[in-house]
Design a protein around this ligand. Structure first.
Ligand code: UD1
Length: 360
């Protein structure tokens, strides 16, 4: 370690990363109050998500420290956005020379940050390491495989993710710490108000390119929602909104489209809903945290533990399979936690402080 201040540069860009960053920022604050080694965290926002309701509301609501810079990358193809991020992140790393770069999950922002840091020999901390869908056609799978192979400290949410890394020969610096999203849910649970509703409803989100970009898949999901026996509330990701309009798919009357929800509102809906239908990675787990079953409209999941305990059913985008899962989904699940005890953030910070940088 250079001195008693450790500089961690956190790089985020997409909605779920703002939630995860709030957990670590809080853990850093607590650590600074009780440790002689002080952690200085600077945050870079790549600008991958830029709509107010996809970005700013999360920083405000979750009190994530304001990014020192927003690279304002915005939309574009994978190559264009990843390339622009690489340039912007490299510039920041060269100027600020952090001791560590910290990244979350599997987005293009994660990959760009990891690549830029690795080339400048700055060690990388990857939170949510070791997840695999084994589908290399998903951009997220490519991002997470490469990021894991470039990282020095790899924090896994579960034993299954640790085993995935071991199969790829990654065993050094790997720690199973639980899931930071579980920390976030437990922390904010007391701040939410139950949604008062007379009628049962299902909560549904879809945004992945595999679901939204093929007309057949997107139409099939919305056609299945039409036969859901209860109302379906769909907070609409901008990508999905765009594609529904482009393909002229009209949701049925039992489907209520709403704008993307702020984090606490999302938790309120999770608490009140009967079950969840999604292609999101995060929501599959959040459904479980609230004891709700999840119909996953994908063919594979990174959260295989949830399928094994029958909390999650993989149905793809096949209309009949989705419809057949509605009855199964109405039963609650037992939520004995398989993702830690809500202190993943603290455990991660302890490991970082214990790692002797002179040995890297
Ligand atoms: C990204 C991540 C995904 C993560 C998700 C969370 C990648 C490859 N994917 O997917 O892993 O689960 O974020 O939400 O990094 N758009 C807007 N406004 C915004 C943001 C996006 O209109 O604020 C539009 C973009 O123009 C683009 C589309 O939505 O056309 C998709 O955005 P993008 O960031 O590429 O991927 P996500 O689907 O959000």
């Amino acid at each position: 370690m250079k001195n008693s201040t450790l500089h961690i540069m956190t790089i985020v860009g997409a909605r779920p990363q703002f939630v995860k960053a709030s957990v670590l920022s809080r853990a850093i604050d607590r650590s600074n109050k009780s440790n002689t080694t002080q952690i200085l965290e600077t945050i870079i926002h790549t600008g991958q998500h830029y709509d107010t309701n996809m970005s700013k509301v999360f920083f405000d609501e979750l009190a994530v420290p304001k990014p020192s810079i927003n690279l304002n990358i915005g939309s574009g193809s994978h190559a264009v956005t990843t390339g622009k991020m690489l340039l912007g992140i490299e510039r920041e790393l060269q100027q600020k020379k952090p001791d560590w770069v910290l990244v979350y999950g599997d987005t293009n922002s994660t990959l760009s940050a990891a690549l830029a840091a690795a080339k400048l020999h700055i060690p990388i901390i990857h939170i949510e390491a070791g997840l695999r869908s084994f589908n290399r056609k998903m951009p997220e799978e490519v991002n997470r495989v490469i990021t894991d192979h470039l990282s020095t400290l790899l924090f896994c949410p579960s034993e299954a993710s640790k085993a995935n890394l071991a199969r790829e020969g990654i065993t050094n610096g790997v720690h199973v710490v639980g899931d930071v999203m579980y920390d976030a849910t437990l922390y904010h649970r007391s701040q939410i108000f139950p949604v008062h509703r007379e009628d049962a409803f299902a909560l549904c989100t879809v945004h992945r390119s595999e679901t939204t970009d093929e007309k057949k898949a997107l139409a099939s999901v919305f056609s299945a929602l039409a036969s859901c026996p209860i109302e379906v509330i769909v907070p609409l990701h901008p990508r999905t909104k765009k594609m529904l309009e482009f393909y002229e798919i009209k949701p049925s009357r039992n489907v209520t489209l709403v704008p993307p929800l702020p984090y606490l509102k999302l938790l309120e809906h999770l608490q009140a809903c009967d079950f969840v239908i999604t292609d999101s990675g995060g929501l599959q787990k959040e459904a479980y945290f609230f004891g709700k079953r999840c119909i996953t409209v994908r063919h594979e999941t990174e959260w295989t533990e949830l399928v094994e305990i029958d909390a999650n059913k993989l149905v793809g985008t096949d209309k009949n399979k989705i419809e057949n899962a509605f009855l199964w989904a109405t039963n609650p699940v037992d939520t004995t936690s398989i993702y830690g005890n809500g202190s993943a953030g603290e455990i991660i910070i302890q490991h970082i402080l214990k790692t002797d940088q002179t040995t890297l």
